[in-house]
Design a protein around this ligand. Structure first.
Ligand code: ADP
Length: 366
């Protein structure tokens, strides 16, 4: 196996390979490793820095399989799947994964990026860089811990506030005090919106720390669908929402988190479609799973954006969406929550015609 040369400037500065060595030295100083993989034989060509970043000595041989063995076990399968898929579909590669180093107790986080080069059909290859992002990951973790603590602290008084406002509202209704009913309904609407946002932030900090805790209970999905529909109509009464009822058995899942998923998808359906256009909720059950679909008649999503919608902080950049607020975390959270339940989430969409977001939840057989 060849290795990219490094460490010293060649004697003859006129030789064409000088450019490569200069680039190599610059990459080394920036602690950037480089790698090239033959698309057919999957042979690996590496810089010494890449080996060091994967916990090998510069003199050691390092195959792709050996590098993979140093990736923390629970991340190996997803790394392999990402590499396989990039090779199969000739797409770009972007992986973040923790790697165990022999000299250190805690794993280091690496970012591995790459692209496919097939300008010469006889000799197509993947190439890319590896960088150490441990510090950035630690900062992300600190930030999400902070968000987690703050949102948790905010949630408790806000939940109490919601209960008191509801009580006052009921009392005003009994007194037939129309002014108070109007004002308190508005307060309640805003409090519920804030609670939804805080729940999203709480879930985000959990997801970023790699731990969404599920508190499962048996519940009837139909009931939850009706509750969420009423909640959405209460907060945004801009679209008629129809539920096509289906027979569902009680399922075992985290009710609050599935509620969050439904709230996110339903509020998106309202956000990204014209006022007055209908939103339809359907559900279907077979022996293994229940499938929920939420269809809108809104702006739709282009095929290029469909793949990326579930990535954190991804928002579609279009003229129509630039005035619509959002952080691009709703769908990322939905997919994390559904994946934790071992379900699937996907979207079908046609530009200008609308979108259908679907998810499944497995049914546990007793
Ligand atoms: P946010 O809505 O806060 O930006 P999401 O993660 O919920 O974040 O959604 C990501 C992106 O997906 C949105 O910015 C929007 O462009 C697109 N999107 C989501 N739902 C729909 C929908 N029903 N119709 C059209 N586009 C949608």
């Amino acid at each position: 196996m060849n290795e990219l040369s490094e460490n010293h400037l060649p004697d003859n500065a006129d030789k064409p390979f000088l450019t490569l060595d200069l680039a190599q030295i610059a990459l080394d100083s920036a602690n950037v490793g480089i790698w090239i993989m033959d698309a057919v034989s999957q042979k690996f060509l590496l810089s010494n820095r890449t080996k060091i970043l994967f916990g090998f000595s510069p003199e050691a041989e390092m195959s792709f399989e050996e590098a993979l063995l140093n990736v923390v076990e629970k991340h190996r399968r997803s790394v392999l799947a990402a590499v396989d898929s990039a090779i199969k579909h000739h797409t770009n590669l972007y992986i973040e994964c923790p790697v165990n180093l022999p000299s250190e107790k805690k794993p280091h986080w690496l970012s591995i990026t790459g692209g496919f080069n097939d300008s010469d059909p006889q000799n197509s290859y993947f190439s890319g860089i590896v960088i150490d992002i441990t510090e950035q990951k630690q900062n992300d973790l600190r930030r999400s811990k902070f968000i987690g603590i703050v949102s948790h602290e905010l949630k408790t008084p806000l939940t109490a506030l919601k209960a008191y406002v509801q009580m006052l509202n009921n009392w005003a209704r009994k007194q037939k005090d129309t002014f108070s009913i109007g004002a308190l309904s508005k307060v309640e609407k805003q409090v519920r919106k804030m609670l939804n946002m805080i729940n999203s932030l709480l879930n985000l900090s959990g997801a970023e720390a790699g731990k969404i805790h599920l508190t499962k209970q048996m519940f009837n999905l139909n009931e939850l669908l009706s509750e969420v529909m009423e909640e959405t109509l209460f907060i945004t009464a801009t679209h008629p929402i129809v539920i096509i009822p289906c027979e569902t058995m009680p399922i075992s899942a985290d009710r609050d988190k599935i509620e969050q998923v439904l709230v996110n998808i339903l509020s998106n359906a309202a956000k990204y479609s014209d006022t007055g256009t209908p939103i339809e909720i359907t559900c279907n059950q077979d022996e293994e799973k229940v499938t929920v679909s939420i269809r809108d008649q809104g702006m739709g999503i282009s095929p290029a954006n469909l793949e990326k919608l579930f990535l954190p902080h991804y928002r579609v950049e279009r003229k129509e969406t630039e005035k619509i607020d959002g952080f691009g975390i709703g769908l990322y959270l939905c997919s994390e929550i559904i994946n934790r339940h071992k379900g699937k989430i996907w979207v079908n969409s046609e530009m200008g015609k609308g979108s259908t977001f679907n998810f499944t939840l497995p049914i546990q057989k007793s």
